[in-house]
Ligand binder design. Structure first.
Ligand SMILES: [Zn+2]
Length: 239
């Protein structure tokens, strides 16, 4: 989360971090993000889904061709279209705000004012620096201040933000900030434990490590509250 501290010579322009070419390479290799919001260009959704699929199909075919693959082969012929559809309609459909799940809120009738923990929410995402999978579990907790949210919505929210090119720190923050906004409380915690295939299948090729990121808002900044959360998760509080 303290990504700024790991970079030297931070240059800010209009509140955005400006990196040199070398720093951009290093940031990508070290999986450092430059903002909480997913960086989107202007007019990101001017094209329809079908237009995007057609454009990506064409370009993905070019990439395969450059790699030397024979696109007339029956097994490969359908791949560009398949990949394009998968990008737009499945694994990156969380880029489009139109796909954001509606968070129906309910009155907290039982006056349950203790911590609510939804743990082991499985998700699949993709690393924005290498476009290979990140997979893991998200654990979410909040303390209601009068409203509660349907439990399945927490899964859907994780899924929505996971279906973008991501870095784990940003995924953690985006889920937490959205929940804080929807529930009208600062008292939200999000912990993510995930495996990055760009670390496992390439680069340092470490197959056993996983990355843990956490966000603690409001009451969760209190050590006792945080420990209660981590106890529910069955995690050691040494994090
Ligand atoms: Zn990566």
């Amino acid at each position: 989360m303290k990504q700024n501290e790991t970079l030297s010579n931070i240059h800010l322009k209009d509140g955005k971090i400006i990196l040199t070419e070398e720093e951009i390479d290093a940031a990508g290799d070290n999986h450092i993000s430059t903002s909480v919001d997913t960086p989107m260009r202007a007019g990101a959704f001017d094209q329809s889904e079908d237009e995007k699929i057609a454009a990506i199909e064409e370009r993905f075919a070019e990439i395969m061709d450059i790699l030397g693959l024979d696109l007339t082969d029956d097994s490969l012929r359908g791949t560009p279209k398949r990949v394009a559809k998968m990008y737009v309609k499945e694994i990156f459909n969380g880029l489009n705000p139109a796909n954001k799940p509606k968070m129906a809120l309910f009155e907290n009738k039982y006056k349950y004012n203790e911590m609510l923990v939804e743990k082991n929410i499985s998700f699949y995402s993709n690393c924005e620096h290498h476009f290979v999978p990140i997979m893991g579990k998200a654990h979410i907790a909040y303390i209601s201040n009068g409203t509660v949210v349907g439990l399945s919505k927490l899964n859907r929210l994780v899924d929505y933000f996971a279906k973008r090119p991501q870095v784990q720190e940003r995924l953690t923050m985006q889920i937490a900030k959205e929940l804080q906004k929807d529930l009208g409380t600062e008292d939200v915690a999000v912990l993510i434990d995930a495996k990055h295939l760009c670390v496992a299948s390439r680069g340092v090729e470490d197959d056993t490590s996983s990355t843990v990121t956490a966000f603690y808002g409001g009451k969760f900044k209190d050590e006792k509250v945080r420990e209660e959360f981590l106890r529910y998760l069955g995690l050691n509080t040494q994090f």
